[in-house]
Design a protein around this ligand. Structure first.
Ligand code: PGA
Length: 246
């Protein structure tokens, strides 16, 4: 496990992006797991800038989004299909046909097909992850089984409240979603977790130093062989000093 603590969000994004770029330099057909939310946006901007500067060929890169709201129209500006297209595919220059988002129809068959498509692509080389205040990864809320594969779930009131900022009102936030499972995430070769802000500090500390328990989904990362944590100072503020070289 690596833990990086960087105060400046742009620098943090650049560091995180350098790991994504390195994965593509190692393998031009790298399979990248894509997270939505606010936290990875500086990473996506830095990734796009790095591709533009270095002329890195990303045309063969494969992408699999972590999750999608159930029942949302793919054309809705806050569907994760739209967000991944507008924040990642277009700015970075990925090939749209190679980037998948779980279908919002979110049936059991859709979920199984999505998980199988990840396996058929050779598995995820590098999974970009955010973390929820409650420790969720993707939309795997507390209580989700560690061996879960892509599946449909109900969002907790806390997650609905956190995501209301993207919608006109809390009533508009979908209450269900389809998400890669914790087992799917654990299969990734590298897990790159980004967390910023004081509101994530308790979840980050619990995930890294606490008990491995389904009450704290991100604690499963203690069982992952290759995790890179990219934290700002506030998100790292509850970690023991010896872990962050402070
Ligand atoms: P955020 O979401 O980046 O918008 O804080 C992260 C998450 O809930 O996983």
């Amino acid at each position: 496990m690596e833990i990086h603590v960087i105060a400046d969000p742009q620098e943090l994004g650049a560091l995180a992006a350098s790991h994504v770029v390195a994965a593509i330099e190692r393998n031009s057909q790298a399979v990248i797991g894509l997270a939505t939310g606010s936290t990875p946006l500086p990473l996506y901007r830095a990734w796009a800038a790095s591709v533009a500067e270095s002329k890195l060929d990303v045309s063969q890169v494969r992408g699999f989004a972590l999750d999608e709201y159930a029942g949302i129209s793919p054309e809705h500006p806050e569907s994760y299909r739209s967000v991944i297209t507008n924040e990642v595919v277009i700015p970075v220059g990925l090939t749209p046909e190679f980037v998948r988002v779980p279908p919002s129809s979110a049936t059991d068959a859709d979920a199984a097909e999505y998980d199988n498509a990840i396996k058929a692509a050779g598995g995820i080389d590098l999974q970009i992850l955010g973390i929820g205040r409650n420790g969720h990864l993707g939309f795997n809320e507390p209580g989700t089984a560690f061996d879960s594969r892509t599946h449909r779930i109900s969002l907790t009131p806390e997650t609905i409240e956190d995501n209301a900022r993207f919608f006109d009102s809390v009533e508009e936030v979908p209450t269900e979603a389809i998400t890669q499972g914790l087992g799917t995430i654990l299969d990734s070769r590298i897990a790159l977790v980004i967390a910023t802000g004081e509101s994530k500090a308790a979840a980050v500390a619990a995930a890294i130093t606490g008990e491995v328990t389904t009450d704290m989904p991100a604690s499963i990362l203690q069982r992952h062989p290759n995790v890179i944590w990219c934290l700002d100072t506030a998100a790292a503020s509850q970690l023991p000093a010896e872990l962050i070289g402070a």
